[in-house]
Design a binder for this molecule. Structure first.
Ligand SMILES: Nc1ncnc2c1ncn2[C@@H]1O[C@H](COP(=O)(O)OP(=O)(O)OP(=O)(O)O)[C@@H](O)[C@H]1O
Ligand SMILES: [Mg+2]
Length: 303
């Protein structure tokens, strides 16, 4: 089957800085593909190249089996875009924003009006059609941005941090909506800083750092490839002492602030060891994507 997005050796350089440094990836029809990476890793730059907003400095990019560059106007209609920053028109109403956006794609107002109820329902904004955008909450704006990206019935939707800053209710609603789109065969490409979101939504993930790929694969494959299956978090005073006492325990140990993380295949051995230490708090949990992300990209701040 033809890939929806095929990127080979993708590069973008800014003066003195390689924002995207030769990355390869392939997105298949109907999958949800996520790009993870710390601030400044090159996620948005990658998405901007995919949607044709930023020229490549190297490599090649095919969408739906056709070269994206030189400029390919018929491709734009097949792609819905939700940028990282809200760019709704605050002086127009919710409904007017959808109409104006439709015009960019050559859609007549009557065509957008015919879809309006469906789009508003999708965004749970049925009773806000005439509200001015500046009166909406952050969550409503984000939902409207996603609904707006559907105006021209795209086959691929590219979302840059679709749920950043939203409350859990809004986030869960957006997850449901994105899953429903995927069920209909729409392909999704998104970035997120929420590892739970990546695990819940994405079929495959790519982890980017300083413009380069650290690894890619399904969430479960990444977890089993990079971290031990269970983690015991031990919290309390005297961390150095905990480390010294427990140096013989099986698995990998990491200390961050007042917490010592034991990544292990034998978590019960670690729990047993600390059983009588009532001065410490011990928490056993399965390893998750956040553990993978921190192991691969490091714990220090990136920008
Ligand atoms: N127009 C530009 N001019 C110069 N440098 C840029 C430009 N756009 C991005 N960069 C730089 O390229 C790098 C990658 O930026 P990008 O926005 O792609 O990161 P990101 O992974 O999306 O980060 P975040 O998680 O913070 O959104 C950063 O170092 C950024 O400063
Ligand atoms: Mg970004």
């Amino acid at each position: 089957m033809t890939a929806v997005v095929l990127a080979e050796g993708l590069k973008k350089e800014y003066p003195g800085h390689k924002a995207v440094d030769g990355i390869d990836f392939e997105i298949r029809q109907g999958e949800c593909f996520g790009i993870l990476g710390p601030n400044g890793a090159g996620k948005s730059t990658t998405l901007r190249m995919v949607i044709g907003l930023t020229d490549l400095d190297g490599g090649s990019l095919e969408l739906f089996g056709q070269p994206m560059y030189p400029e390919h106007p018929t491709l734009a209609k097949k792609i819905g875009v939700v940028p990282q920053e809200d760019n709704l028109d605050p002086d127009l109403s919710v409904g007017e924003n959808l109409l104006v956006y439709g015009r960019y794609f050559g859609l007549a107002d009557r065509e957008v009006k015919a879809k309006m109820d469906e789009l508003l329902l999708f965004a749970q904004l049925e009773d806000r059609k005439d509200a001015m955008v500046r009166e909406l909450s952050g969550g409503m704006m984000r939902r409207l941005m996603i609904a707006r990206s559907l105006v021209a019935s795209p086959d691929l939707i590219v979302l840059d941090e679709p749920t950043t800053g939203l409350d859990p209710q809004a986030r869960h609603l957006i997850w449901q909506r994105l899953r429903a789109l995927r069920e209909k065969g729409v392909t999704l490409l998104l970035t997120t800083h929420y590892m739970e979101e990546a695990a819940q939504l994405c079929d495959r993930l790519l982890i980017l750092n300083r413009g380069q790929i650290l690894d890619q694969g399904s969430p479960t494959a990444l977890i089993s490839r990079h971290v031990e299956p269970e983690v015991v978090e031990v919290r309390g005073d005297g961390e150095l002492e905990i480390l010294q006492e427990s140096s013989h325990l099986p698995g990998r140990v990491e200390r961050v602030g007042d917490t010592t993380f034991f990544y292990s295949n034998d978590a019960h051995v670690i729990l047993d060891f600390f059983r009588d230490r009532h001065d410490l708090t011990c928490l056993l949990r399965p390893a998750n994507l956040e553990d993978v992300f921190l192991k691969l990209t490091g714990r220090e701040l990136k920008d």
